[in-house]
Design a protein around this ligand. Structure first.
Ligand SMILES: Cc1cc2nc3c(=O)[nH]c(=O)nc-3n(C[C@H](O)[C@H](O)[C@H](O)COP(=O)(O)O)c2cc1C
Length: 151
């Protein structure tokens, strides 16, 4: 099964998960870049506001998801919601994604992030997984096992 792992990460946690999972599954990897600056304290507050308001944003990514059998998509949780970058990615690629698995990383309060991802894509993903920052290694081990069973 040809697999792509697409992710957005503001501060590196989701990126670490994405890199480890992609390596374990021998999947291609693609980072979604949010063109809006999310840096610093102001960036933090605007990030939360934009996620809460369900805003989209200007993004860049490289790989065409329609060329893959499975697209694994990872996002941080912002105010219990999906990030604007992954919201935009899902809306833009709705028709190009055949099968999906979703994961989010958070500090322990995932809110409705994964449900939003499902709604935005409009189909049921093969897997939805929450990874909590303080038990990241365990979370990575679990998601790799669950994804290997799918691939
Ligand atoms: C604007 C903002 C809002 C956040 N809101 C939540 C939240 O609602 N629940 C939670 O558990 N963590 C929340 N977090 C923490 C992040 O989800 C968590 O640290 C995540 O792993 C960061 O991923 P990254 O390093 O890939 O950006 C928030 C972080 C930011 C920057």
């Amino acid at each position: 099964m040809k697999t792509l792992l697409t992710f957005y990460s503001r501060s590196g946690t989701t990126k670490r998960v994405a890199e480890e999972v992609a390596k374990a599954l021998d999947a291609d990897i693609d980072e979604v870049i949010d063109k809006k600056s999310r840096k610093g304290i102001l960036g933090f507050f605007i990030a939360g506001y934009d996620a809460t308001r369900g805003k989209t944003t200007e993004i860049e990514f490289e790989k065409d998801p329609s060329r893959y059998d499975l697209v694994i998509i990872g996002t941080p949780v912002w105010n219990g919601r999906v990030t604007p970058a992954i919201r935009t990615y899902l809306l833009r690629n709705r028709e190009r994604i055949k099968n999906a698995a979703f994961f989010c990383t958070c500090a322990g309060r995932p809110g409705k992030c994964l449900e939003q991802m499902e709604e935005l894509w409009g189909k049921k993903p093969l897997l939805k997984k929450i990874l909590v920052r303080k038990s990241l290694d365990e979370g990575i081990k679990d998601i790799v096992e669950e994804l290997k069973a799918l691939c």
